[in-house]
Design a binder for this molecule. Structure first.
Ligand code: ZN
Length: 264
């Protein structure tokens, strides 16, 4: 069986300029995520690679994305440096069927806001407080192997209201030491693609070295895998009268000539 092709994408900026982040993630957040996925993959189901903002076309060429089944996205400081043409390309692949896992501050990434169509705003606080992620849907594939909840000793707080469309499936809700709550694990379908937003992952805490987080990311990769491919998802073909499945004749006037392309 062909392995699932997974890319861990990271803007890779904090690691270059911030001492704390560099110490926690000397190889970059993308490599910590990739390693975590590989550590979980005893069954050898995934082929995991990485990509960063700094690579040509952000490491996301059309050819590479064409072969990608699931894309993980970590961004924060450099959302606006992601070229719009690449956002278009990722969106099209999601609509065709590629899975997308958006992490932590990726809530404000261009691709997530595009796919959600809402503000994606939230409240936040950087105080190293405790977070308890409650599983809201114990039968869901993304929580396979977890108990009732997981605890993270030091996290950044994200609080409601979270400016997202109502999720198709809710997987986690977080409680924070300071009292706020947050919808930390949410699933949507867009076109043929599955999207999972997962909240933990602040860059000054070693979240991506945590085995339970690795388990969730691994589960998410398997859940988001394409169920099929809708390669022509962006098309809107004009079906000529003579190609109708049943024999018909034109009964009304039309704006377009027979077989002419529509406006896009
Ligand atoms: Zn953060």
């Amino acid at each position: 069986m062909k392995k699932l092709s997974v890319i861990a994408w990271n803007e890779n900026v904090h690691e270059q300029v911030n001492k704390v982040v560099k110490e926690i993630y000397p190889g970059g957040i993308h490599n910590a995520i990739a390693e975590g996925l590989r550590n979980q993959d005893g069954d050898g189901l995934l082929e995991v690679s990485t990509a960063t903002l700094q690579e040509p076309e952000h490491g996301l060429t059309a050819e590479r994305l064409e072969d990608t089944d699931v894309l993980f996205w970590w961004g924060h400081r450099a959302h606006n440096e992601v070229v719009d043409a690449i956002v278009d390309r990722v969106q099209e692949r999601v609509l065709q069927g590629m899975g997308l896992v958006v992490l932590h501050s990726g809530h404000f990434s261009k691709i997530f806001k595009r796919l959600m169509g809402t503000s994606c705003g939230l409240k936040w606080r950087e105080a190293g407080e405790r977070e308890r992620l409650w599983v809201t849907n114990p039968g869901h594939p993304i929580v396979r192997g977890l108990g009732d909840c997981i605890e993270l000793e030091h996290t950044e707080m994200y609080g409601e209201p979270f400016g997202i469309p109502v999720p198709d499936e809710q997987v986690f809700i977080s409680w924070f030491e300071g009292g706020e709550v947050f919808r930390s694990g949410c699933c949507w379908h867009r076109g043929n693609g599955k999207i999972f937003y997962f909240r933990p992952g602040h860059e000054t805490y070693p979240i991506y070295h945590n085995g339970q987080i690795h388990q969730i990311l691994y589960n998410a990769a398997l859940w988001a895998a394409p169920q099929g491919a809708w390669s022509g998802v962006m098309n809107a073909p004009n079906v000529p009268v003579e190609h109708a499945r049943e024999k018909i004749r034109r009964k009304g006037e039309s704006l377009h000539a027979e077989g002419e392309e529509g406006f896009k």
